[in-house]
Design a protein around this ligand. Sequence first.
Ligand code: ZN
Length: 239
Amino acid sequence: MISVTIWNEFQHEKIHQKVATIYPTGIHQALAEGIRCPDFSIRTATLDEPEHGLTEEVLRDTDVLIWWGHMAHKKVDDAIVDRVHARVLQGMGLIVLHSGHNSKIFKKLMGTTCALKWREANEKERLWVVDPTHPIAEGIGAFIELPEEEMYGEHFDIPTPDETVFVSWFQGGEIFRSGCTFRRGKGKIFYFRPGHETHPTYHNKDVLRVIANGVKWVAQPGGSKPVYGKSEPLEPLNK
Ligand code: ZN
């Protein structure tokens, strides 16, 4: 069983009618319903909860954290960001969605600005699978087509990803590395681009499938336990 915590800032849904119509119970609930399966134990957390719902106890019990944020990145407490960062280094998986590229936690883990080009013009996006061997693409065809999305374009200021699973094409001509993996410490990270709040992207079954695949991929089955620091020789060194 994989313990999944879905974090959503949950602000747009409370103040923008169009977003509330698409996600009446919030993006976090749509994601929870969309990826629900017997392998996942799912809880949600939001910005306005005490400690943003990300207490030490919750994070200790989280194998995979999913992050959606946009208008309130600056309101996320630095102490909570440090706590999430430490858990990623310890081995917690992290999936950062869409405008989460600009979140404190993603920028801290990447070490770059994570800046990109953007445009809200309700244009078509085609996410091409560029690594068909990757488990995150399991069950997806050659591409995913979204009739209307926000455009994100290169250059995307991230470190070179460990793996690039999707590259997006937009109707306006831009391209974007829209599915990227990274490792930090013992933790695995998956960045997945789609999910602008005014489009019903998190009701799309292929998008939800990729996120569910991502949960399984970033979850850690354990791995080895590395040893650091001053070290005694294993064999006699005097000849
Ligand atoms: Zn957006």
